[in-house]
Design a protein around this ligand. Structure first.
Ligand SMILES: [Zn+2]
Length: 285
């Protein structure tokens, strides 16, 4: 049941069910594998793991000031029922987790409007914080078959071992992307509202989904001759330039890179990709 893909880097998040994975949280931690941390460009900022507060990369802007502090809560049975009612759509499950698991961003209570305003990366980081508040910091895998040597692996993955990208300048909201023919695209990073628009592209046409993101996030094109086009239709952009812009948006978006997690299995010395899905984070929910 493939769900609409939001951006290339996020397509493994929430969509894959890893066969045979269970996450019992008895921390047996008989770890036969070592986690790689050299691929992380940074770690998430957790102010104090005990108090459910985190610091977002971008946050929200109110009257010229930025607010990045957020508070999440431990999910209850009522939340579990609401999440189950969201059905099998990973997008809707994700949205429900966000709306029910996040208490505040800055001084504001969580709402659909607020969730729509947050960068995709801040949303994904908040869902990680909700996971931590609900089930703790460790993802425990037992008897995970190594795809290379077939040995069964027990592995404990702390959430901060998942690669994480920071924004170089959190307050910068527009970026310049060099294109072919001396042109430059001025873009902004996709947020929850953009994610909802992509989800609403019903037929699952990935090119249309790309066009939706590009139509919203490309603010203008500056041409080599000095002229510029404001809000160009995404269908008028060259295919190569579209790919360049989409790659930039995916690479620059801050937050956890759930799909990029891997570890080295020391028995066979092989790097094993282990994309972390929403189902893994929330134990099959
Ligand atoms: Zn192996």
């Amino acid at each position: 049941m493939p769900e609409p893909i939001v951006l290339p880097d996020f397509d493994s998040f929430g969509d894959e069910t890893l066969k045979g994975l269970e996450t019992p949280e008895e921390a047996t931690a008989a770890t036969q594998a070592v986690l790689r941390d050299d691929r992380n460009s940074g770690e998430p900022v957790i102010d104090d793991p005990g108090n459910n507060r985190v610091t977002l990369e971008r946050g929200i802007c109110r009257e010229g000031s930025w607010y990045r502090e957020a508070e999440v809560k431990e999910l209850t049975g009522a939340d579990e029922e609401a999440i189950a009612a969201a059905g099998s759509s990973s997008y809707k499950v994700f949205e429900t987790l966000l709306l029910r698991g996040v208490r505040t961003v800055g001084d504001e209570s969580m709402s659909r409007k607020l969730a729509a305003e947050l960068l995709i990366g801040d949303r994904e980081f908040l869902v990680m914080a909700v996971r931590r508040a609900t089930f703790g910091n460790d993802l425990v895998f037992e008897e995970l078959p190594c795809p290379y040597c077939k040995e069964l692996i027990d592995l404990t993955v702390p959430l901060n071992a998942i690669p994480f990208t920071h924004l170089a300048d959190p307050e910068r909201t527009e970026f310049e992307v060099p294109l072919r023919r001396g042109a430059t695209a001025v873009v902004r990073l996709p947020n929850g509202d953009d994610q909802a628009a992509v989800f609403a592209v019903k037929d699952g046409n990935e090119a249309k989904q790309d066009s939706e993101i590009l139509g919203r996030c490309v603010l203008r094109i500056q041409h080599a001759d000095g002229s510029s086009t404001r809000r160009p239709p995404a269908t008028s952009l060259f295919m190569d330039d579209r790919q360049t812009i989409l790659k930039f948006l995916a690479k620059t978006q801050p937050g956890p890179r759930y799909g990029d997690f891997s570890f080295v299995h020391d028995t066979c010395g092989t790097e094993v990709p282990l994309p972390i899905s929403l189902a893994v984070l929330f134990r099959g929910m």
